[in-house]
Design a protein around this ligand. Sequence first.
Ligand SMILES: [Ca+2]
Ligand SMILES: [Ca+2]
Ligand SMILES: [Ca+2]
Ligand SMILES: [Ca+2]
Length: 162
Amino acid sequence: MLRSREYTFNKQLGKFSRFYRGCVMSRKIVNSVAATAIAASALVSFVYSSSVHAAAGQIVKAHDSDNDGTLDLAEVKKAATAKFERVNTDKDGTLDVQEAKAVGIKLKALKAADPDNDGTLDLNEFLSVVEARFKAADPDKDTTVSAAELKTKAGKALAATM
Ligand SMILES: [Ca+2]
Ligand SMILES: [Ca+2]
Ligand SMILES: [Ca+2]
Ligand SMILES: [Ca+2]
């Protein structure tokens, strides 16, 4: 009787220790999965940030009509007008809430930029947003936006409109 109880106890202990080892093992797996995920997301953000850096130079190059190495407001507005046409997918002459999202203008910003309160942005309303973003992206106030300025948070908001 006693022996068999002891046997049962040992069997349970064995089960428990196997269970415990299993836990330790799976925790190791979880840790290594987490480490891999962190490494992967670091890699993604590295690739993303370097593509943003490369992109800033390319955006300037693509729209720098007078080839002075920077974007002035006229160059930005020309690019933004072309972008307006591209994101105005239903070709009704205005950006609705969905279309405005494609140029980084969310509902609250759309309402603020919509003085005629029709719930959409026409080209002029959109270009007012672009002009405000241009000013915000030009902290040295030399009336042009350089590739370096395009890499800032305000610069990225401007780049979204081009
Ligand atoms: Ca220029
Ligand atoms: Ca539209
Ligand atoms: Ca409007
Ligand atoms: Ca500047």
